[in-house]
Design a protein around this ligand. Structure first.
Ligand code: BGC
Length: 418
């Protein structure tokens, strides 16, 4: 279900909200306000106890709809390869280094693939889509047996992927779906819709726990529009947040409630910070901002910088994140960033290496989702891994086997985590 997919309904809702806000303003002089749609500080009770309770129940119920645990819906097997040499070269094409996970993947592939007997070539498309197209073409000429692609823009690689298929190469979409192409054999990723749901859930739970009684003011940040993951992140989060908007327990004072309006081109912190600066300047000079939906840690830190320069750090705005970046973990422990998501990159790399070994033998590969990931041309067989929520309460436990992250939960914070 994608509540963001119906702009007309959303616009209508915005208009209704504005009308309601005007009515509230008129009534404010002497009335007990019966709605959560006002734009004043949410820490000032604005409704009766019954309304507050109803809003709390609304938000709690919305948060409770999200289940933790396994992803995927239908187990099945596919056999995309008849086998290849045990010392074959595996090509890994990654996007720009927009977050720590991509940087870590390089080292992990370069270690795990040779350990399994393969040669690896890992490249980043630092200069954009054309760079990635050229790198893939070069990998095909080099004779790779499997192409693992984390695309900048999964819709822009069609002819290169067709060439790969024509050369008998197995094509795996890594973390981000490859769209509008038949030439992708499978998709391996953490469940990105679930990531969004968990962020939405944590946002509501975090505000209920730390921001006093609802109603709450929130703002939304979305990922780069060319990244196929940005939509499932946003839609997953909105599936939890929308009921709170509908019942009046949440308001978005900027009115920027669509993925397009909230987008952050290139996943760049500077773009998110600039937009948030404008939103704060236009809407929050005398209003509390209770929560920000941020799709990842890099953008969460950008939002924190924006709040700080607006002099709003004391509001302890609840901010979500993703990636368990070492720079965000101390902020989570201090309560500055509310949560992140753990999508252990080693787990994803190990899964790819296991699949490559099966492909090498010409064996069937098990996928666990055969219906969700329609790339515009076909449903791509998908192997989904399960993301985990991390807050200050469980960080030390979740990261206990991660020697890079566990130290970042400690005080004093090691230099490697800043
Ligand atoms: C990844 C996220 C990452 C983002 C920016 C997404 O496709 O799934 O983990 O934060 O790209 O690099």
């Amino acid at each position: 279900m994608n509540p963001g997919a119906n702009p007309d309904a959303k616009q209508l809702k915005g208009i209704q909200m504005k009308k309601l806000t005007s009515l509230v303003a008129l009534a404010a002089a002497g009335a007990l306000l019966l709605t959560g749609c006002g734009s004043g500080s949410s820490n000032t009770p604005s409704g009766s106890a019954g309304d507050t309770d109803a809003m709390k129940t609304c938000l709690t119920n919305a948060a409770d709809t999200v289940s933790q645990g396994t992803s995927g819906n239908t187990s099945s097997t596919i056999t995309p390869s008849t086998g290849f040499a045990a010392d074959a070269t595996i090509g890994i094409s990654l996007p720009q280094k927009t977050s720590q996970n991509w940087v870590e993947a390089e080292g992990m592939f370069n270690k795990a693939l040779p350990a399994a007997g393969f040669k690896s070539t890992v490249q980043f498309a630092t200069n954009g889509v054309a760079d990635q197209q050229n790198e893939i073409t070069a990998m095909i000429s080099q004779g790779v047996s499997v192409l693992v692609v984390g695309a900048i823009d999964g819709s822009q690689l069609g002819s290169q992927l067709d060439a790969a298929k024509a050369a008998g190469i197995t094509v795996i979409a890594y973390d981000r779906l490859l769209t509008n192409t038949n030439s992708v054999d499978m998709y391996v990723a953490y469940d990105n819709y679930k990531v969004g749901q968990l962020q939405g859930q944590a946002l509501l739970q975090g505000m209920l726990a730390t921001q006093g009684d609802p109603p709450y003011n929130i703002e939304l940040i979305a990922g780069s529009p060319d990244d196929a993951n940005s939509k499932p992140f946003f839609d997953g989060a909105m599936s939890v947040i929308q009921p709170g908007l509908d019942c009046g327990a949440l308001t978005i004072p900027s009115g920027q409630n669509t993925q397009t309006q909230a987008a952050t081109q290139g996943w760049l912190a500077a773009n998110a910070q600039k937009r948030m600066d404008t939103i704060l300047g236009n809407n929050y000079t005398d209003t509390t901002l209770n929560g920000i939906l941020s799709p990842n840690d890099t953008l969460a830190r950008a939002a924190l910088a924006s709040l700080s320069s607006a002099g709003k750090s004391d509001e302890k705005t609840v901010i979500t994140g993703q990636d368990s970046e070492t720079a965000s973990i101390p902020l989570i422990m201090q309560g500055t960033q509310y949560m992140t998501i753990y999508k252990n990159t080693q787990g994803l790399v190990d899964e790819i290496v296991k699949i490559v070994q099966q492909l090498q033998q010409g064996q069937p590969v098990t996928v666990n989702d055969t219906s969700t990931y329609n790339n515009g041309v076909k449903v791509v067989p998908t192997d989904l891994l399960t993301p985990q929520v991390v807050t200050a309460a469980n960080a030390a436990d979740v990261y206990k086997n991660d020697t890079t992250r566990e130290p970042c939960t400690q005080t004093p914070v090691p230099a490697s985590c800043q």
